[in-house]
Design a protein around this ligand. Structure first.
Ligand code: AMP
Ligand code: GLY
Length: 421
C-alpha cells in the first residue's frame, strides 16, 4: 500500500516508523514530515491546510490510505473533503471532530448524557461570566472555546485572576472568542485514555500519563508535553469499566444519535478522583508525546488496525501489546515554550547506539543534506522500554546526555509520581 501521513511532529514520526515495518506498506509520504520521517518516507512540502492541493497530490501519487495526525485539519473537515473525493482516510470527520474543536459541543453532550465532568457554565457575554465568577469558589478554571493549541486554559486562584482570564479570552488572545467556559476545579490525578474506533466498534489503545508543565515537579507554564509514560499508574480493571460505561460509550452513542460515526483515535483527557473518572477534554487524535510512548509497545501491525477502522472490521481484531513499561522524555529548544532559536545544528545523533528497546522520534527537526537542524520548541523524543519506569528513565537520560546538544533542555523527573514516591 502507498500511505500518506499528514503532520510533522513526534507523533507523525512514530506513526511513520511503526507502519514502515509493515510488510503491507510499499511507500510512505509525509506532508510535510521532519528530518526523522525523511529517512523512512518521502517528505512533501505542502501546506496541510490546503485540502485542494493535498487531494491533487494524493490522486497523482496513487495514495491508498491517508492518516491524519494533528487536530487542525481534522476539525476543519479534511476527512469529509477527501472521503467525498473517494480517498480512504483514517481520522474522524468534521462534526465528530468538534469533540476537540468546541469545548461547548462536548460539554453539552456531557450534560445531555450524564457524563461525569466538572460543573460548568457557558457564557457569551463578559458581564455574565464575571457575575457568575463573583458567586464561585476558587480555584476555578476558565477556558476559551475552540482550538487554542493546548493553551486557552486558565486555572485562576482568585476572582481577580479569573476576571483577567475572561478579559484576555474575550479580547481575542486565542482568536475570536464567541463563548467562554467557566468550570469547577477538579483536584485529582490526570490520565490520558485512548481508544481506536471504526464507526461501529472500538478497542482500547492504552493509557498514558503526560507532563504538560515545563518545569520539574509539574511547575511553570503549560507546554505541548515534556514527556510521558505508559501505562498510567492509575488504571485498573474497575476504573477501565467505569471509563467505558460512563464516558466513552455515552459519547459514541451521542454521536450516533446525531447521525454521526466516529472513526479514528479518540483521546479522553481524564481527571481521576478516588478511582472515579471525570472527563476534562476530548482530543480527536493521538496525544503527542503519548503516541511516541505508546506505539513502541504495540505488537499488532498498525496498518491492519488502520485498515480495520476504515473497513469497519475492528470487531474481529485482537490488538496485542508488549508488557514493558515505556517512558518518553522530550528534548526541547532552550527558551521553550517562550522564545527560542531555530536552525541550531544537532550533531552526534547518528553516533548514538540504540538497542531494540530504544527509540528516537523527531519532532521539530529539519534535514539539510546529511545534517540535522532544530526547527521547533519540542525537538526530539527519546523513548525506552524496560521492566520498570525507573530503568526506562535512566536509559533515556543516558541517551540524551550522550547526545549532549548544547541548545537543548529536558525534564529529568518524568514519571516522578510513579517512580520517586
Ligand atoms: P485542557 O486543554 O482542557 O486539557 O486543559 C489543560 C490542562 O488544564 C489540563 O491538562 C489540566 O491539567 C488542567 N485542567 C483543565 N480543566 C481542569 C479542571 N476542571 N480542573 C482541574 N484542572 C483542569
Ligand atoms: N500531550 C497532550 C496532547 O497531545 O494534547
Amino acid at each position: 500500500m502507498i500511505i500518506c501521513i499528514i503532520g510533522s511532529g513526534g507523533r507523525e514520526h512514530a506513526i511513520c516508523k511503526t507502519i514502515s515495518i509493515s510488510p503491507k506498506v510499499s511507500k510512505i509520504y509525509c506532508l510535510p514530515g521532519n528530518a526523522g520521517t525523511q529517512e523512512l518516507a518521502e517528505n512533501i512540502n505542502l501546506d496541510i491546510n490546503n485540502f485542494k492541493k493535498i487531494l491533487k497530490f494524493l490522486k497523482e501519487s496513487k495514495v491508498d490510505l491517508v492518516i491524519v495526525g494533528p487536530e487542525k485539519p481534522l476539525v476543519n473537515g479534511i476527512v469529509d473533503y477527501l472521503e467525498n473525493n473517494n480517498i480512504k482516510v483514517f481520522g474522524p470527520r468534521k462534526i465528530p471532530s468538534q469533540l476537540e474543536g468546541s469545548k461547548t459541543f462536548t460539554k453539552n453532550i456531557c450534560k445531555k448524557y450524564n457524563i461525569p465532568t466538572a460543573n460548568f457554565g457557558i457564557f457569551e457575554k463578559k458581564e455574565d461570566a464575571i457575575k457568575f465568577l463573583k458567586n464561585s469558589k476558587f480555584p476555578i478554571v476558565v477556558k476559551a472555546d475552540g482550538l487554542a493549541a493546548g493553551k486557552g486554559v486558565y486555572i485562576s486562584k482568585n476572582l481577580s485572576e479569573a476576571i483577567e482570564a475572561v478579559n484576555e479570552v474575550f479580547d481575542g488572545k486565542f482568536g475570536v472568542a464567541k463563548k467562554i467556559l467557566v468550570e469547577e476545579f477538579l483536584n485529582g490525578e490526570e490520565m490520558s485514555f485512548f481508544i481506536v474506533c471504526d464507526g461501529k466498534n472500538f478497542k482500547i489503545f492504552k493509557t498514558a500519563q503526560d507532563h504538560k508543565r515545563v518545569n520539574e515537579r509539574d511547575e511553570g507554564k503549560n507546554t505541548g508535553g515534556m514527556g510521558a509514560y505508559s501505562p498510567s499508574g492509575l488504571i485498573n480493571e474497575s476504573l477501565e469499566i467505569k471509563i467505558i460505561d460512563k464516558i466513552i460509550s455515552p459519547t459514541l452513542k451521542a454521536l450516533q444519535e446525531m447521525g454521526e460515526k466516529y472513526k479514528g483515535f479518540l483521546y479522553a483527557g481524564l481527571m481521576i478522583l478516588d478511582n472515579e473518572p471525570f472527563l476534562i477534554e476530548y482530543n480527536v487524535r493521538m496525544g503527542d508525546p503519548e503516541c511516541q510512548t505508546i506505539l513502541p509497545l504495540l505488537k499488532t501491525d498498525l496498518i491492519d488496525i488502520f485498515n480495520a477502522c476504515c473497513n469497519q472490521e475492528l470487531d474481529n481484531m485482537n490488538i496485542e501489546w508488549k508488557e514493558e513499561k515505556s517512558l518518553c522524555i522530550v528534548l526541547c529548544s532552550r527558551g521553550y515554550p517562550d522564545k527560542f532559536k531555530n536552525n541550531i545544528k544537532i550533531n552526534n545523533l547518528n553516533n548514538l547506539t540504540l538497542n531494540n528497546n530504544d527509540f528516537i522520534f523527531h519532532a521539530g527537526t529539519t534535514g539539510k543534506g546529511n545534517e540535522i537542524f532544530s526547527n521547533g520548541g519540542r525537538v526530539l523524543n527519546f523513548v525506552s522500554l524496560s521492566n520498570s519506569f525507573k530503568s526506562s528513565r535512566e536509559r533515556v537520560i543516558k541517551l540524551i546526555e550522550q547526545l549532549n546538544w548544547e541548545n537543548g533542555f529536558f525534564r529529568k523527573d518524568i514519571g516522578f509520581k510513579i517512580i520517586d514516591k
